[in-house]
Design a binder for this molecule. Structure first.
Ligand code: AMP
Length: 317
């Protein structure tokens, strides 16, 4: 499959790389890492990484404007379904390739490389580079490292395997970059967010079976001087609380008139529950957009039931 994708890349003069809406570091790193690798390998090609940017992820790199697209190849990274591809139009593309690590949702591309056992889309791009004639540099290796590290929550998630460390070690050796500096770029954060984290921990509520949930209103957002994306950035900090196996942030997003939901689990599979609420994601890391806090509590109840089933099944083992 890697070789087949390389062959398609070779064929096109213009290649556009898109990823999902609500950009996160892996979505951005996988598209920018791939763009820069194709540019390095084929300097004559026009290769664009497109989508809505985020000032917060400026350290990953710059995005391009989508203009004059005709007979181009579209590569979509880190996105399982067409509705979440961050692109204004699919016109002008002769072929689509999907490169993703989410569980399969729908086929929308001509070629689909789905490896849902991988930590990140960035890890798949690393494999693609390793297994083809695509070139890499220290900058590209750093970008992909950021995507992988972020989506594996610093090598903490269950998607991390020996092969993950191996590919990171290989890239570090072959294309050395300042890993310590990359960690600072990724994890340095404003004091306001740290204070918000304290508030969230203080106000965390726990259901009967161990779903922890944190409600953050627009008033809280303004008082702490953060934005509605901040609680979602903090959600991973609430891993490993004894007795809390699933945890959720529910953040009022006044601009979009909905509640932003981030869910994490170290027990039951949660993406099927998220899908019921117009969301989705990975087995143990999902998100959704919900109309109000009342509806959010229904989600919490559903998660609690899922967790109850999970705990019972563990008892029976
Ligand atoms: P987050 O909690 O925003 O970091 O998202 C965790 C995972 O869930 C990521 O893989 C997202 O792509 C996915 N996800 C987040 N929000 C949604 C949504 N509204 N619909 C489908 N998937 C989502």
């Amino acid at each position: 499959m890697y070789k087949r994708i390389f062959k398609e890349i070779k064929k096109y003069d213009t290649i556009v790389i898109a990823r999902h809406i609500g950009v996160d570091p892996d979505a951005m790193a996988s598209q920018i890492g791939l763009r820069d690798s194709i540019r390095l390998t084929f300097p004559e090609k026009r290769v664009l990484a497109v989508g809505t940017g985020s000032a917060k992820f400026h350290y990953i790199g710059n995005l391009d404007k989508l203009e004059n697209i005709d007979n181009a190849l579209l590569i979509v990274t880190d996105t399982p379904d067409k509705r979440r591809v961050d692109i204004a139009s699919f016109d002008g593309f002769s072929e689509i390739i999907k490169i993703d690590h989410h569980p399969f949702i729908e086929k929308f591309a001509d070629i689909e490389l789905i490896e849902d056992d991988k930590t990140s889309a960035a890890e798949i791009i690393m494999e693609l580079i390793k297994n083809t004639k695509l070139l890499c540099s220290s900058d590209i290796a750093r970008t992909l490292f950021i995507g992988l590290t972020s989506d594996s929550n610093r090598f903490l998630f269950d998607s991390v395997k020996a092969s993950t460390f191996r590919i990171v070690a290989d890239f570090l050796e072959e294309y050395p970059f300042d890993m310590y500096k990359a960690y600072q770029d990724m994890y340095a954060r404003p004091l306001s967010e740290v204070r918000l984290e304290g508030y969230m921990g203080h106000n965390l509520e726990v259901t009967e079976h161990g779903v922890g949930y944190m409600k953050i209103t627009d008033k809280d957002i303004n008082e702490f001087g953060v934005d509605s994306g901040s609680p979602g950035n903090i959600v991973n900090s609430f891993n490993f609380i004894e007795g809390v196996y699933v945890w959720v942030t529910m953040t009022e997003d006044v601009k979009n008139e909905n509640i932003r939901i981030s869910i994490r689990s170290r027990g039951p599979v949660i993406n099927k529950v998220a899908e019921k609420y117009n969301g989705g994601g990975h087995k143990f890391a999902s998100g959704a957009r919900i109309k109000d806090f009342d509806e959010s509590m229904k989600l919490i109840n559903d998660l609690d039931k899922e967790l109850e089933k999970y705990l019972k099944s563990k008892e029976e083992e």
